[in-house]
Design a protein around this ligand. Structure first.
Ligand code: A2P
Length: 278
């Protein structure tokens, strides 16, 4: 397995890091896939001792030319049981990290933090019937982990992943992911039975056009999915996207009587800003 290769590789980066131990390990890039001019996915080795809960985030990065680490928060886009770690990132040409990260290739080395954290975890929600995962843009990343976690289906009868982007090409990662999840040996049966993927675009015509917030408020989302309107008695909600999305969905939830949860005090909904790691 590639993890062994990573352990045995000796490169200038590994040497530089091992001389100065930090709160990270050096991992190896296993694959990279570019989706659009501004979005890409990559997969890296996972140290044996690295444990996390599906939905959490971690610091990842590269060494700068001056030898100092440059790290940013990224949601882990693979489930806790996976042997490697997935990430889904934007590319920003003048971004200190992503201007370089977008050029990584298979075999390159990358820094991985040691301490995963986050609130988009099943532990932060009380039991319910239906789980909504509401995302925009790269905010789908933590849900890429959660829709592949058997516990998600153990805890909920129905799982609704919504993903809204400006353009249809930005939905492709999520579409491929859901298709692969439904095809997966381990999780496929559960996902086919319980997972609903709902997509919309806002800046071009698509099969469904509009913001998810508007569609929740007007009842269009429930109508399209053939389910009851959002209700704290039965539903739990996880939100990940832009600051505006978080604020607006949170307000919709609170107006309906949902209570915000956390690791320390699980409740009806949880929020986390999608990390715009520049
Ligand atoms: P819109 O095109 O109407 O702004 P961004 O790239 O700006 O993060 O946006 C990603 C997607 O999230 C876009 O489809 C955008 O719609 C949508 N969006 C942005 N802000 C909100 C919000 N406050 N509520 C709902 N959707 C939002």
């Amino acid at each position: 397995m590639t993890m062994t290769a990573a352990t045995n590789t000796t490169t200038p980066l590994k040497n530089a890091v091992s001389k100065k131990p930090g709160p990270y390990t050096v991992e190896t890039v296993l694959s990279v896939k570019h989706y659009t001019d501004s979005l890409f996915h990559f997969r890296i080795t996972r140290p044996d001792a690295f444990r996390f809960r599906s939905g959490e985030f971690i610091m990842i990065g590269l060494l700068k030319d001056d030898g100092k680490p440059l790290l940013r928060a990224y949601s882990i886009a693979s489930p806790f049981w996976d042997e490697a770690l997935d990430f889904y990132s934007i590319k920003v040409d003048d971004g200190p990290l992503t201007s370089r990260l977008q050029n990584i290739q298979e075999g390159d080395e990358i820094l991985l933090g040691r301490k995963p954290v986050g609130t988009l975890v099943l532990d932060a929600l009380t039991p319910g019937k239906r789980l909504y995962m509401i995302s925009t843009g790269t905010g789908i990343a933590p849900f890429a982990a959660l829709i592949r976690d058997p516990d998600t289906y153990e805890k909920f009868e129905q799982v609704i992943l919504t993903h809204t982007c400006r353009h249809a090409e930005e939905l492709v990662y999520g579409e491929e992911l859901v298709a692969a999840t439904k095809d997966d040996e381990l999780i496929g049966d559960l996902a086919r039975e319980k997972l609903i993927h709902f997509t919309s675009v806002t800046r071009e015509d698509g099969p469904v056009k509009g913001r998810v917030t508007t569609m929740i408020e007007t009842g269009e989302l429930a109508e399209r999915l053939g389910i009851e309107k959002l209700n704290p008695e039965t539903d739990r909600v996880m939100i990940c996207g832009s600051e505006g999305l978080l604020k607006d969905v949170k307000a919709i939830c609170e107006a309906r009587g949902f209570v915000e949860g956390s690791n320390a005090a699980p409740a009806d909904f949880v929020v986390e800003k999608a990390f715009v790691s520049v």
